[in-house]
Design a protein around this ligand. Structure first.
Ligand SMILES: Nc1ncnc2c1ncn2[C@@H]1O[C@H](COP(=O)(O)OP(=O)(O)OP(=O)(O)O)[C@@H](O)[C@H]1O
Ligand SMILES: [Mg+2]
Length: 239
């Protein structure tokens, strides 16, 4: 009983801290937006050279990055309601790949292989968020290859506990994940990257769970990783 009370207290404290942080993030968002926009306008209108030009670029880039982090955090803290609609998954994957292939992370040393069956069951998803999920997984895979390697994206039909569904594998032959990290990578703010927010996989997990599915990882340090998302087919029970 005491243990249970302590756990409850801890949960309450965490919830209170979460609220406070979200409040601060919210307060930062608007002024930061103003700084970021103003810097962008100045960098366009001013004629700068050498050191000054570099400094201006830093302001523009870093304020944009901070803005992205704050926005990611706020969406994570207060997820907007999900909007489930039937989605052509093949098209969705192609849209994400179109962006991925044009990303600076995807250099000539990276090969992306895609396998999608022609016929997939109808799946209802929140399109924007599912796109974000795929993008987060692919971006992690690209980052893991460090400019040289293979990424394999595979969709297939898959039944889980008697329920029809679709399985999405995102595999890379990159750096891999140490065993001791594997349990923590889905936690918000867990990151090993100098410029990571650690919200990528947390968002992936909460979104997939909201769709009634799950996400798992298998990884060998130095060899690569496979992230597997499973989504149930059919209509969402909108309750
Ligand atoms: N494909 C992968 N290969 C190796 N490590 C990975 C892979 N995907 C995730 N990780 C590990 O999990 C950590 C958490 O990933 P997550 O996407 O949540 O945050 P991030 O990538 O660090 O930051 P952000 O996504 O905000 O840029 C990463 O820092 C990395 O250590
Ligand atoms: Mg990431």
């Amino acid at each position: 009983v005491q243990e249970r009370a302590r756990e409850l207290k801890e949960k309450e404290t965490l919830a209170a801290i979460g609220k406070m942080v979200a409040g601060i993030a919210h307060e930062i968002r608007n002024p930061l937006g103003a700084i970021s926009n103003s810097a962008a306008v100045l960098s366009r209108d001013l004629i700068l050279e050498g050191e000054d030009l570099k400094l201006m670029e830093i302001i523009v880039q870093e304020s944009a990055r901070l803005r992205q982090t704050i926005n990611d955090f706020l969406t994570f803290a207060h997820p907007p309601p999900y909007n489930f609609t039937p989605v052509d998954f093949k098209q969705l994957v192609e849209d994400v790949l179109f962006l991925a292939k044009r990303d600076s992370l995807c250099g000539p040393g990276v090969e992306i292989q895609v396998d999608i069956p022609d016929r997939l069951p109808a799946i209802e998803v929140d399109r924007d968020r599912m796109q974000q999920v795929l993008w987060n997984l692919i971006r992690n895979a690209l980052e893991a290859t460090r400019g040289r390697g293979k990424i394999h994206l595979e969709l297939k039909l898959s039944t889980k506990k008697g329920r029809a569904g679709v399985k999405i594998n995102v595999a890379d032959d990159g750096v891999g994940i140490p065993v001791e990290d594997q349990e923590q990578i889905f936690e918000p703010f867990f990151t090993r990257k100098a410029r990571g927010s650690g919200l990528g996989l947390a968002m992936v997990q909460s979104t997939i769970r909201a769709h009634g599915g799950d996400v798992t990882v298998k990884s060998n340090e130095g060899k690569g990783s496979v992230f597997t998302v499973w989504l149930p087919a059919g209509q969402k029970n909108l309750s």
